[in-house]
Design a protein around this ligand. Structure first.
Ligand SMILES: CC(=O)[C@@H](O)[C@H](O)COP(=O)(O)O
Ligand SMILES: NCC(=O)COP(=O)(O)O
Length: 240
């Protein structure tokens, strides 16, 4: 079964709603780890709408599992990653006006830039994951970059309106994972996964880590973060 990377961005969203100091994502990471998180994920957006630079710096010192830094492939973010040295970086697409990450990175159309960024980070011993849709061409291009991982965007699966289209999206994810693994990539997945839809994705052969945030923070608001993380581990194992 895949490991669980807990995305704590939306702990910071609550804090930034008032531009205050609570709740602190650093404390949230400790509680997530006590609940069984295998890793902590944060997305340092260019507009700093939730996670702040200070959070990433402190998390680098306090996270006891591993720290996955999601970021756009910009020079500013590359410099921050090289300075902070997260355990791995996930390159994601970003639009200022979006509510959340819409779709995967287009590696095919930006291959030269992706090659450059992956090379810079991996030369500094920071493994790179590329957040992409499960499409043949994107997977083939990801292999060319020599990134160690891809993260399959599960948004379309999560948003499927009926069982037939959900099954179809699951098949696309499974085929993508199979193609990527056969090409030597390691495979993670995430976005929009919930307690109710995670189990089939967790069952995709070779799936290594699931990055899950919004649903865990939502449940945590009601039952506490440690319990919410513990229950997500149970959901991944089909025990909830
Ligand atoms: C790339 C990704 O899927 C995560 O960063 C997730 O979207 C949570 O952050 P946002 O809500 O800011 O998109
Ligand atoms: N990369 C996906 C992620 O980190 C969490 O996304 P979500 O569960 O908040 O939709």
């Amino acid at each position: 079964m895949p490991t669980l990377g807990v995305n704590i961005d939306h702990i910071a969203t609550i804090r930034q709603a008032r531009r205050t100091v609570e709740p602190d994502p650093v404390a949230a990471a400790v509680l997530a780890e006590l609940g069984g998180a295998d890793g902590i994920t944060v997305h340092l957006r260019e507009d700093r709408r939730h996670i702040q630079d200070r959070d990433v710096r402190l998390l680098r010192q306090t996270v006891r599992t591993h720290l996955n830094l999601e970021m756009a492939a910009t020079d500013e973010m590359v410099a921050i990653a090289l300075d902070i040295q997260p355990d791995y970086v996930t390159l994601v697409p970003e639009k200022r006006e979006e509510v959340t990450t819409e779709g995967g990175l287009d590696i095919v159309s930006q291959l030269d830039r992706m090659n450059e960024v992956v090379d810079k980070l991996q030369s500094a011993d920071i493994p790179v994951s590329l957040f992409i849709d499960a499409e043949n061409a994107q997977i083939e291009a990801s292999v060319k970059t020599k990134a160690k991982f891809i993260e399959l965007h599960t948004g379309r699966y999560a948003e499927a309106h009926n069982e037939a289209s959900r099954q179809n999206e699951l098949k696309i994810l499974s085929q993508g994972a199979k193609q990527a693994l056969a090409s030597g990539l390691r495979v993670n997945a995430g976005h929009g996964l919930t307690y109710w839809n995670v189990y089939p994705v967790a069952g995709i052969p070779g799936m290594e880590e699931l990055n899950i945030g919004h649903t865990i923070v939502s449940r945590a608001a009601l039952v506490g973060l440690e319990r919410a993380v513990r229950e997500m581990k149970q959901a991944i194992h089909g025990e909830l």
